[in-house]
Each structure stands twice: as structure tokens, then as C-alpha cells.
Design a protein around this ligand. Structure first.
Ligand SMILES: O=P(O)(O)OC[C@H]1O[C@H](O)[C@H](O)[C@@H](O)[C@@H]1O
Length: 561
């Protein structure tokens, strides 16, 4: 897809800097590369000439330009660069680990599940993803380079003409330092080994998935290789229906239904690849139902998030996905702690505790969730799984890597092993029977209007705390949860032994307050929201927050289970 004067590369976010959306273009990517060269060389105590960095990208339309600019910045300092083309975020990290490759650092160009015109960089060394402090240091180094006298003098004029800028950089960079590397087949082989070892099939160890139909919905992101290069070579039927009379007519040709949207297309023409997105999950369910598959796998653009669909068509994302991964983890590591984000259902805690595990309900943000797991292990608290309702999940045994591929592989392994034990192919009814789900759940995102939105949001949250604690009218039977790591989660007595909850918190990245509510009774979610409306009417100034969404009726944003 041709780029138009770089207009498509605006609004880039650098992962790891919550709330500070960078307006990056190729010029900035170039300087990011210069900064990265310097930062890594300093850390490793080696010259930039001996550094090796890999760059991958998802199919987002401005990816090639940003990759070229980043590579030009790195090579201008003498760093060797490997360009992988389409890749996934977990694959990029693994390029720092897998023998024979072991790059000093890896960069993924992606904005995860966000639309085609958004971009971000994710940086890795073999120690893991960059933390906020690493990004801050990198941005400072990049900014220094930007203002340095020896910066290419074309930068200023070309700022808004990124393609021209990249071209001029390319002319100055040393092509001998850039190598095109076909890494994804290596990574796919690594994943196949994980599944083979995990299943350890007594009869056909190299084809452990023979006899299973598994379909993938990659949403035209980078995850299509899972069907063709991982599952199919292991013996799975990834196409679905076998009978000619069941083929579906599409655009005049008969096609086998099954895995879908496998080809990378940065415009995401079918649905945004995102397991949190209803359209994406509906598409995954449809693929499983029409192909009568045993399992469906739905991934986001860069495949650090995933969800699955059970053979009976039940979508397993959010709380259900965490529950399933908790079951798998607790079978291997009994009694372990599982860290999740803050909006998980009460039923999930009961489920984890029922299996003998401990649930640490922390904050939103996968980096926060994983970081807490690392911290707990450091303190001697065994913590094997860290997972968000968004589909981000990491296991200690997998380098604490936020890896949707690994989670989905674990589910494939368990399904096959259970089948070998004579327990059938079902992974829903039998494994999640004890997971209590709320009757209703809802989420409302309320805009903070002012320039001091952070402060305004904190003030509103403080009043909400007092409003609940003082038992204000409307908040009778509302009790602040004992552990609150962001905003205020309230446990709500709904009568007859039933309990709902709501959480009011500030969004991680945007000027928003977010209200989540779950209820154990029909109409209960609306009732909770009605009380929160009362709180806003009495305590929040209309000029600082737009709470009108709450009035627009619960029905719009409420999901009935
Ligand atoms: O705080 P919010 O606006 O709900 O967003 C929070 C979410 O932002 C992104 O999607 C991150 O990838 C998630 O890890 C995080 O949980």
C-alpha cells in the first residue's frame, strides 16, 4: 500500500510509556535507532560495531517505512541489523534466545490490536521487554541525537516527508550492515517442539495433532503462520470441513471453511485482530461452528494476546481464558499464585482458590501484571502465571514472556492429552464447570475533559472512596474491597447472599475514568450504575468529567451472560 507523504505514520505510541503518546514518524524512528545503538552498547560494555539487532513488524501499513528508518539509524552507528519482515512480538523476543541467532536486542513494530494507522515499538533484550525506565533513557538518547549538530541536515525539511527522509538515510547507511533474515520458520519449528514435547504422543510423536481439527482466525495480522507452519505440520486439520457437499460458496468459488484471515493485510479488512473485540470473537466462533472444529484460536495482530473457542462454539476469552490457563498452571504447579488485572470476576477468584491456588488481583496493564509476578517470585512467593482479561498472558516457565502463542499452545496440549486419557476433546464444559460467571457485566468509559485530567481523575476517585466509605445514600451495602491496587473496587450486597461489584479507576493511557460493574442478579448492573450516576451528580463537576454515558442506559454497554 503506498504511503502518502508519511501521513500514515502519525500518532505512534512507544510501548512502555503509558499516557505519553508519541507523535512519531520515520524521522523519529531513525533517531530511535541511533539512541538504541548507543544505549545497548553502553549496557553491554561493547562497541556498537559488535551489536546485532533484529527488527520485525506486523502488517500495519507504515511498518516498512518505520523499519527502514530504524534500521538506518542503527546502521549509521555501525550496528548490524537483521530485518525479518512479518513477525510476531513473542518471536522477536525469542530471536534474542534461540541458539544460532541470539540477537543482542529485538524491536517489534506494532500497535498490538489497534487499527491499521496506529504504531508502536516494542523493545526486547534477552532479559525481557523494556521497562518504563529503559524507554525513558532511550527517548532521551534519541532526542540528544536529534538535536546534535551532526544529525543529517535533510531531517528538518523531510520531517513531514518520511519516505524522502528514509530514502536519504538509506543513502547514508551502509547496506552491508543490513541482512534480510527468514526467522519465522525457525520460530515455528521452536513452537512445534514445545507442542510435541508437551503432548509426548505415544504413537505418533511427530504428528501429535493428528485427528484434531483446529482453526485459526488471525484477523489478517501476523498470526496466520500458526495454522500453516505450526498446527498443520503437526498433523492438525486446520481447514475444517472435509466433505465436498459441505463446502461453502464464496464469491463464485467453493471454499473450504475453517482457518481464516491468515494472510497479512494491514488494513484489517475483516475485523480488528483482538480477542477483546466482540466482532473478532464472533468470527472465531463462526469459524469453529461452520468447520465443526475441535478448537479455534483467535489472536491479535502481533500475537501476544490470544483467546480460544471450544469445540461447542463457546468463546473462551477474558475471565474464562484466565480460568482455563489457571487450571493448566495449577495442575503443573500446585498452590501457585496467579496474578491478574483488576477487573476479573469474583467467580474467577473462587475458581482459582477452589483449585488450591492463590489469586492476586492487581492492576490493569499487562506490564504491571507481569512485573508483579516477577516481584512476587523475587520475594519467594511462587507465581507461575500472570494474565490479563485482555488476553495478554505470561508464564514464568516461558521467560515471563507476554505470549499469546504459548497460552494457546498450552491449551492445545491439554486438549490432546485429555483425549489420550479418554476424556474427550472438550475443554469447556468439563474444565470450566466450576467457574461462576456474573449474570451481567458492563463497562463505561467516561471522558475527563480538562487539561489537568490526571489530577481531576484522582480527585473524583478520592471522593468516590469517601462516598462509599461514609455509606452515602445509595451506597448502602457497598463495602470497599480490602485490597485495592488501582482506583476503588467495591463489593456490593445484592440480597439473598448474592454479591456484585464495581470498580472506578483511571484509564492507563487515556484521559478517561473507567467504570466496570458485575452483578449476580438480572437488572443488577443497571442498579449499580444508577447509584454511580447519583455519586457523579452529587460529587463531580460536569466541566471536568463527562458522565453522560452512564445516563444513556445500561443496555448499550451491558453484556448479559
Ligand atoms: O486502562 P485502559 O484504558 O482500560 O487500558 C488498559 C489496557 O491498555 C492496553 O490495551 C494494554 O495492552 C493492556 O495491557 C491494558 O490493560
Amino acid at each position: 500500500m503506498p504511503l502518502q507523504n508519511g501521513s500514515d505514520v502519525r500518532g505512534v505510541a512507544v510501548e512502555g510509556v503509558p499516557g505519553e503518546k508519541q507523535t512519531l514518524n520515520a524521522t523519529v524512528a531513525y533517531f530511535m535507532g541511533c539512541g538504541l545503538a548507543e544505549q545497548l552498547a553502553k549496557r553491554a560494555g561493547v562497541s556498537t560495531q559488535s551489536l546485532r539487532v533484529s527488527i520485525g513488524r506486523d502488517p500495519r501499513i507504515s511498518g516498512p517505512l518505520l523499519a527502514a528508518a530504524l534500521a538506518a539509524g542503527l546502521t549509521s552507528k555501525g550496528v548490524s541489523v537483521a530485518r525479518f519482515g512479518y513477525a510476531t512480538t513473542p518471536a522477536m523476543f525469542m530471536s534474542t534466545i534461540i541458539e544460532g541467532y541470539q540477537y543482542d536486542a529485538a524491536v517489534m513494530i506494532t500497535a498490538s490490536h489497534l487499527p491499521y494507522n496506529r504504531n508502536g515499538f516494542k523493545f526486547f533484550t534477552k532479559e525481557g521487554g523494556y521497562e518504563k525506565k529503559d524507554i525513558t533513557e532511550l527517548l532521551a538518547l534519541a532526542a540528544e541525537e536529534h538535536t546534535a549538530e551532526d544529525a543529517p541536515n535533510t531531517a528538518a525539511d523531510a520531517r513531514y516527508r518520511d519516505d524522502a527522509f528514509v530514502l536519504s538515510c538509506a543513502l547514508h547507511s551502509e547496506p552491508g550492515l543490513i541482512e534480510q533474515v527468514d526467522f519465522m520458520p525457525v520460530y515455528a519449528a521452536h513452537l512445534r517442539e514445545i507442542i510435541k514435547k508437551g503432548v509426548d504422543h505415544p504413537d505418533h510423536p511427530d504428528q501429535p495433532l493428528k485427528g484434531f481439527k483446529i482453526v485459526v482466525d488471525a484477523g489478517n495480522g501476523s498470526g496466520g503462520f500458526l495454522a500453516s507452519d505450526v498446527l498443520a505440520p503437526l498433523g492438525a486439520d486446520t481447514s475444517g470441513r472435509q466433505q465436498p457437499n459441505q463446502l461453502e460458496c464464496s464469491q463464485g468459488t467453493y471454499q473450504r471453511k475453517g482457518s481464516q484471515f491468515l494472510d497479512p493485510d494491514g488494513w484489517f479488512p475483516n475485523h480488528v485482530p483482538n480477542p477483546e473485540d466482540k466482532a473478532a470473537m464472533i468470527a472465531g466462533v463462526k469459524a469453529v461452528n461452520t468447520s465443526r472444529a475441535d478448537l479455534g484460536i483467535v489472536v491479535d495482530t502481533d500475537v501476544d494476546r490470544s483467546a480460544v473457542v471450544a469445540g461447542n462454539g463457546t468463546p473462551i476469552n477474558s475471565n474464562r481464558y484466565i480460568a482455563l490457563m489457571s487450571y493448566i498452571t495449577l495442575r503443573k504447579y500446585s498452590g501457585t499464585t496467579i496474578v491478574t488485572d483488576s477487573v476479573t470476576s469474583n467467580g474467577l477468584t473462587e475458581f482459582i482458590e477452589g483449585l488450591g491456588g492463590k489469586h492476586f488481583r492487581y492492576r490493569r496493564g499487562y506490564k504491571n501484571v507481569i512485573g508483579k509476578g516477577v516481584e512476587l517470585n523475587g520475594q519467594g512467593v511462587p507465581t507461575e502465571l500472570m494474565m490479563e482479561t485482555s488476553g495478554h498472558g505470561a508464564m514464568k516457565e516461558n521467560y515471563y514472556l507476554d505470549d499469546g502463542t504459548y497460552s494457546a499452545s498450552q491449551i492445545v496440549i491439554v486438549m490432546v492429552k485429555r483425549h489420550l486419557e479418554g476424556l474427550g476433546k472438550d475443554i469447556y464444559g468439563s474444565l470450566l464447570a466450576d467457574l461462576k460467571e456474573p449474570v451481567e457485566s458492563s463497562e463505561f468509559r467516561l471522558k475527563l475533559k480538562g487539561s489537568d485530567f490526571k489530577e481531576d481523575g484522582q480527585k473524583i476517585l478520592a471522593s468516590f472512596h469517601d462516598w462509599v466509605q461514609n455509606g452515602a445514600s445509595g451506597a448502602e451495602g457497598w463495602i470497599l474491597e480490602k485490597e485495592n491496587h488501582e482506583g476503588w473496587r467495591v463489593s456490593i450486597d445484592e440480597g439473598e447472599g448474592k454479591r456484585g461489584w464495581c470498580l472506578l479507576r483511571a484509564s492507563l493511557h487515556d484521559p478517561l475514568l473507567v467504570l466496570n460493574a458485575e452483578s449476580d442478579v438480572r437488572g443488577g448492573s443497571c442498579e449499580i450504575v444508577r447509584q454511580v450516576v447519583r455519586f457523579f451528580e452529587e460529587n463531580a463537576d460536569e466541566s471536568t468529567v463527562d458522565s453522560s454515558k452512564l445516563y444513556q442506559g445500561c443496555s448499550l454497554e451491558m453484556v448479559r451472560h
